[in-house]
Write a protein that binds this ligand. Structure first.
Ligand code: ADP
Ligand code: MG
Length: 698
């Protein structure tokens, strides 16, 4: 090193020793081009092998490092063959479960041997388990050493090992020590001093290589000042990029749609109900937006069942009457299909064409739709994200509607904006979500949008009552299903399993379906899950909608949008494992008609205090916004409210939910930067979002 030229942070990674073109390409794939990028490629978690946890103290949902003696090793046959190995340390026992294993592995796990294991603890069918732990044999009586510090784990890509990434980050830190000036402080001085934050260099050093005396708990929870400092900067960068995008978008030209004088009045006339005041108000705002030549960018938030689809139809008709095309995108095939049916029913009598497009369409049908969109004629195209694939091109796209936006994520949404921009006409955008995103968060994740809230449910809705019942009382519930179905109502039974793969979720649903068929032989019971072909799903949904299927057993595929007003009872299994927003979405499938509906949250014993509190929130609240706010308050560390649900982008250190309290200051900082240090804005965005700003290939 000594006689070599000293590196700077701005040098390309290839100037580090041992980086050839192959490794360079891999690094580039994860956005690392220069040495500074390596510094900002932060660990997303740590492995804590600094102490052993007594097996009796294990808690589901947490990683643990344990040591114990093998008591029993056996292969369990069943739906899925697995190798089980029970180990114990005198304080308790835990099962190690392997779905993939070799003969020699099985032989190596003999009774009496001592193992050290690392992995995430979860609740198994009979006891706590660790699936596919890292493990190795240790000699029984020898006190083997423990790690002195946390081991960072980096986001990676295929063929890029953790050890390699650790070495690279070490080299980057080495460079930083020689080139402190290469790292530019981009946060305003005032922010740094008022929050008592460590310097950027110190924060990076700490997060990459926590020292032995580090406060492990706060690091694992992402609360350490070093992490908070980086989170602050990252959130600020996201906020700035959204604000910048918004400014750019506001300069685009869009078509002006005059107020509709034919289609909208005719549609309203045909509707079997009157708009609620909130729907009316939302549409009036949208109507005005659409009549301007500045692109509309509006987020409509309305709780489940508030009738957002009608608002989407009204906006569509205004565009159609102005001779433009409309694209409506839904997150699942199920929902796209349902919208297609609804829109056909509503719009065909008005002689408006509606077409349907998903990825699963046959080539010929697809070509037909593609050709239709190329014609310069108004049409409403409904589909999944297939609508925005390369091969699809609209001749006169004037309005894009994205339903249940939270399922797409900010980046996909932005990708759509980019796609729209390629066309000579820039379409208006209407984004709809039922996910109650706490207001603090909307300000950040959706800073580029205008907001409208539909805060009223259609009249005559009966509030859904919710009860919390142990799954030991399944039989009572099954009786209740019988009664409800005999009264002519319909029922959902939702099977959940969050930590496992989709395929396991499907298997559970199939099992439950089999069991329920035996227990309720006289009922027509349907099954729907994610691995069914789309025409099978469609068939089952139609049967349920028409009332031929009385009880529908499903996975969480029915979570969003599904609308069958005659369904009045929903049972959600393992409700304690789901996020509150997701439960709220699911529960929103019932209580859609004039019948009083009931939701049963079924849980598995034993139920922890926090879980109890959360289910209690569900029982006593029906307003999605309130539920989301309370969830945020209650959320203890370690508990994950999936970002998927909130439509929040991937972040490196920050977590919008966890770090929500930083947001007001971040918004303030964003304003200050734009006003007083505009030259730093681009630098911050580049540092944290880097090449990800190219959304065209999301
Ligand atoms: P969401 O906001 O969850 O998307 P939907 O648009 O699916 O809600 O509407 C839920 C149900 O309420 C549908 O069956 C719809 O036909 C009905 N609905 C919508 N608006 C009204 C209204 N103003 N009066 C009565 N029923 C309505
Ligand atoms: Mg909807």
């Amino acid at each position: 090193m000594n006689n070599k030229k000293q590196l700077t942070l701005a040098d390309p990674v290839t100037s580090l020793s041992g980086i050839g073109s192959k490794l360079r390409d891999k690094l580039e794939r994860i956005g690392i081009v220069n040495i500074q990028d390596l510094l900002f490629h932060l660990p997303y978690r740590y492995i804590d092998r600094t102490h052993l946890t007594p097996i009796g103290a294990l808690r589901p949902g947490y990683d643990a490092y344990i040591q114990g003696d093998i008591e029993l090793t056996q292969i369990k046959y069943g739906k899925r063959r697995s190798l089980l190995c029970r180990i114990s340390d005198g304080t308790g026992s835990v099962i190690l479960r392997f779905f993939y294993f070799s003969k020699s592995q099985e032989k190596g796990l003999q009774r009496g041997l001592t193992l050290r294991c690392y992995g995430q603890v979860r609740r198994g069918p009979n006891s706590l388990e660790i699936i596919h732990p890292e493990y190795r044999r240790v000699e029984d009586n020898i006190n083997e050493e423990l790690d002195e510090q946390l081991t960072p784990v980096y986001p990676s890509t295929e063929g890029l090992q953790q050890t390699r990434l650790r070495k690279l980050s070490e080299q980057a830190l080495e460079t930083l020590r020689h080139d402190e000036h290469g790292l530019i402080e981009l946060l305003p001085e005032l922010i740094l001093s008022s929050h008592n934050l460590p310097t950027l260099a110190n924060a990076l050093e700490y997060v990459h290589r926590p020292p032995p005396d580090a406060d492990i708990k706060s690091l694992l929870e992402g609360q350490h000042p070093a992490q908070q400092r980086l989170s602050f900067e990252e959130l600020l960068a996201h906020q700035l990029s959204l604000l910048e995008l918004r400014d750019e978008l506001r300069t685009e030209q869009s078509p002006e749609f005059a107020k509709s004088s034919k289609l909208v009045p005719a549609y309203l006339n045909n509707l079997p109900f009157k708009l609620t005041q909130a729907q009316e108000k939302a549409y009036r705002t949208i109507e005005k937006d659409l009549s301007k030549s500045i692109a509309m960018l509006r987020l409509v938030q309305g709780d489940v069942g508030s009738g957002k689809t009608v608002v989407a139809a009204l906006a569509s008709l205004q565009a159609i009457e102005a001779d433009y095309q409309v694209a409506i995108m839904a997150p699942t095939e199920l929902l796209a299909e349902q919208h297609f049916n609804t829109f056909q029913e509503w719009l065909n009598p008005l002689a408006v064409d509606v077409v349907y497009l998903t990825g699963k369409l046959k080539k010929s049908a697809r070509t037909e739709v593609e050709n239709r969109l190329l014609e310069k004629k108004p049409v409403v195209a409904i589909g999944t994200h297939a609508l925005f694939q390369e091969s699809i091109s609209f001749s006169r796209l004037g309005l894009v509607i994205i339903d249940e936006q939270h399922r797409f994520g900010v980046h996909q949404r932005l990708a759509l904006l980019e796609k729209g921009r390629k066309h000579h006409v820039y379409p208006h955008q209407l984004i709809m979500t039922a996910t109650p995103i706490p207001r603090t968060l909307t300000m950040t994740a959706y800073a580029d949008l205008d907001h409208t809230i539909i805060d009223e449910l259609p009249p005559n809705r009966q509030e859904t009552s919710t009860s919390i019942i142990s799954n030991e009382r399944r039989d009572t519930i099954i009786e209740r299903i019988n009664i409800v179905c005999n009264e002519g109502r319909q029922v959902y039974w939702v099977c959940t399993l969050i930590e496992e793969s989709e395929s396991l979720q499907c298997e559970t649903a199939i099992d439950t379906w089999e069991t329920l068929k035996q227990k309720l032989p006289r009922l027509n019971i349907g099954l729907i899950h994610g691995r069914m072909k789309s025409n099978e799903k469609e068939f089952v949904m139609q049967e349920f909608k028409q009332g031929r299927i009385k009880l529908l057993v499903s996975t969480t595929v029915i979570e969003v949008g599904v609308d069958v007003p005659n369904a009045s009872l929903m049972i959600i299994e393992n409700a304690e494992r789901l996020g509150l927003s997701q439960l709220h979405q699911l529960r929103g499938r019932i209580g859609r008609g004039e019948i009083k509906s009931d939701c049963v949250l079924m849980y598995q014993q034993p139920l922890g205090d926090l879980s109890k509190k959360r289910l209690e929130i569900m029982r006593t609240n029906t307003n999605g916004f309130v539920i989301a706010e309370k969830d945020l308050e209650l959320r203890g560390p370690g508990e994950v409210l999936g970002t998927r649900q909130a439509g929040i982008p991937d972040m490196r250190v920050a977590d919008l939910m966890r770090d929500a309290r930083l947001l007001p200051d971040i918004q303030q900082a964003a304003k200050t930067l734009i006003k007083d240090h505009p030259e730093q804005v681009k630098l911050l965005i580049r540092r944290w979002l880097g090449n990800r700003l190219d959304y065209s290939n999301v």
